[in-house]
Design a protein around this ligand. Structure first.
Ligand SMILES: *[C@@H]1O[C@H](CO)[C@@H](O)[C@H](O)[C@H]1NC(C)=O
Ligand SMILES: *[C@@H]1O[C@H](CO)[C@@H](O)[C@H](O)[C@H]1NC(C)=O
Ligand SMILES: *[C@@H]1O[C@H](CO)[C@@H](O)[C@H](O)[C@H]1NC(C)=O
Length: 510
């Protein structure tokens, strides 16, 4: 009875949400551009925006000088990994993309509450829930976003430059870490390994420091452990062990050093000097955490940047495509084309690092959807998950309406691919008209997924192009808005005002 009443209430709420017109659109998507092969015309435009970007950076530099009391905003370049290009050979490409999506599935699963016995029992009695096999739990590469930081200070008197390190930008974790000398087990990275011995400003965190206990526990789930450097008493270092749900890990010494991002320099930044690291972090030097707890970059820089950051993720996958990561709330660095609309940022004490929001309604191509799962659970927004995962009821509604509208053009269907089950053969079409998904967030903000975020091109010839979203297995799992659906948006994280903002923006800055 209670369950039926709840269901009815949810239906009514869904219908109420439906009554408010959700602005919906479709857009023409150039499949060629989505795949990162850009024509001469695009390149010309790129060069002029690179110039504009330089001007903007210069202006921001002036801002900082002009008012020390003002909250500075730092604009960083945010580049797609370009270390390993997606292979051209169809079989190799197929294997590669499958691996990436399997890794993404590992990450998405790692956010779900562990209740394996119940899950197993439930799975045995349910049908129609496809479980994708977990691979080695490695993280994926090119579908994450990275930025370059400068770490360390010159040995006193000699002014040797800091190390430039390219790291993954992750809003789904807190502790920043880089691979460090002397590595006991490091994966191959493109930048030279960070050498603490070469930095005069480097210091190991003592194991009686609060950063080693409560802060590290909040950030990683485990407090640090004590170890001596061999020198004996009073010189105990704090060791961290960071394990990601997908099997990746970083372990090493908790340390402080000077870090510079986009021209701004921060002293005494707490990070992990990783001596043993594994996972598919590509060829990056490590990861920078933008989560909610004390050790994240956002929290450590809160006095300077007011606990606000934002990013704009580029859709184009070619190596030089660049978006921006802004620290601070100065909106003059944004190039948004619509006003920033805010929704409530929700915290879950059981999952401290994560940012949640509430999706109360959805529309595809302007047609409002009714689904029981809308507004029912907090939704995680994450820069480190690629493909958006929706509650089964919401996904089914999205898929049905998408299929109705997109399918009306008569494209032949194609086999599903990994976690993506709705695919088309678009061979011979350079451009297609794509119905767009609009999400209505609590408080009334509408976020419409960019055309580039609607389709995932499995085969370059267009013979297998899939709806770039997936269903969770169960209605009560945590839905996730992945980075694929955040492209060409200004996404603002205001941790002090407890709100998340969204605006349309063309993020292909370079
Ligand atoms: C780091 O990058 C900056 C800017 O590109 C450059 O000036 C500097 O020499 C680099 N430092 C090192 C150690 O490579
Ligand atoms: C930590 O230990 C060192 C050396 O024993 C001591 O000098 C320092 O005051 C201690 N710090 C705290 C916060 O207890
Ligand atoms: C989402 O917002 C709706 C409408 O305000 C509300 O009824 C619902 O309880 C909210 N859901 C969550 C998970 O906060």
């Amino acid at each position: 009875m209670a369950a039926a009443a709840r269901l009815l209430l949810l239906r009514v709420l869904a219908l109420l949400a439906a009554a408010q017109a959700v602005v919906g659109k479709s857009a023409v998507l150039s499949l060629r551009e989505l795949d990162g092969r850009r024509g001469a015309a695009t390149e010309t435009r790129s060069r002029s925006s690179r110039y504009a970007d330089a001007k903007l950076a210069e202006m921001l530099g002036e801002h900082k000088k002009a008012g020390a009391a003002r909250r500075a905003t730092t604009v960083l370049e945010l580049k797609r990994h370009s270390l390993i290009a997606i292979p051209d050979d169809p079989a190799a490409r197929d294997r590669y993309l499958r691996r990436l999506l399997a890794a993404d599935e590992s990450r998405a699963n790692s956010f779900q509450l562990r209740d394996d016995n119940d899950r197993a029992a439930a799975a045995a009695t349910r049908s129609g829930s496809a479980e994708v096999p977990l691979t080695s739990g490695i993280r994926f590469q090119t579908l994450n976003y990275v930025t370059t930081i400068a770490l360390g200070g010159g040995s006193s008197g000699f002014g040797s430059p800091a190390a430039n390190l390219t790291v993954i930008v992750d809003t789904g974790s807190d502790l920043t870490w880089v691979q460090c000398k002397p590595c006991s087990a490091c994966y191959a990275q493109r930048d030279p390994l960070f050498d603490p011995a070469g930095s005069a400003t480097y210091a190991a965190v003592r194991c009686n420091a609060s950063a080693c206990a409560a802060s590290l526990k909040a950030a990683t789930g485990t407090p640090g452990s004590c170890g001596t450097t061999g020198g004996g008493g009073g010189n105990e270092r704090c060791y961290y062990a960071l394990a990601y749900g997908d099997g990746s890990f970083s372990r090493g010494v908790l340390a402080t050093d000077t870090v510079a991002l986009g021209g701004a320099s921060l002293d005494g930044f707490v990070f992990g000097c990783g001596l043993s690291n594994r996972g598919l972090f590509g060829g990056t030097a490590g990861l920078m955490g933008f989560g909610r707890t004390e050790l994240s970059l956002v929290s450590q820089t809160a006095s300077r940047y007011g606990g606000i950051f934002s990013y704009c993720l580029p859709a184009v996958t070619s190596g030089d495509a660049s978006g921006s990561l802004s620290l601070g709330g100065d909106a003059s660095s944004y190039r948004n084309t619509t006003p920033v609309a805010y929704t409530r940022m929700i915290a879950d004490p059981a999952q401290p690092p994560f940012y949640f929001l509430n999706i109360t309604g959805a529309a595809v191509g302007g047609t409002t959807l009714a689904a029981q799962g809308l507004g029912a659970t907090n939704v995680l927004i994450d820069s480190g998950t690629v493909i958006t995962r929706l509650a089964p009821s919401v996904y089914r509604a999205v898929r049905a309406e998408f299929t109705r509208q997109f399918g009306a053009a008569g494209y032949p269907t194609a086999p599903g691919f990994s976690i993506l089950d709705t695919c088309y053969d678009l061979t011979g079409h350079d451009e297609v008209k794509v119905p767009l998904l609009t999400l209505r967030l609590e408080g009334g903000a509408d976020v419409t997924v960019d055309a580039a975020g609607m389709l995932f091109v499995v085969r370059k010839d267009g013979s297998q192009v899939c709806l770039a979203m997936a269903s969770l297995s169960y209605e009560d799992q945590t839905p996730i808005i992945g980075n694929y659906q955040q492209k060409n948006k200004r996404v603002v994280y205001d941790t002090v005002g407890s709100r998340l903002g969204f605006a349309d923006e063309d993020c292909n800055y370079v």
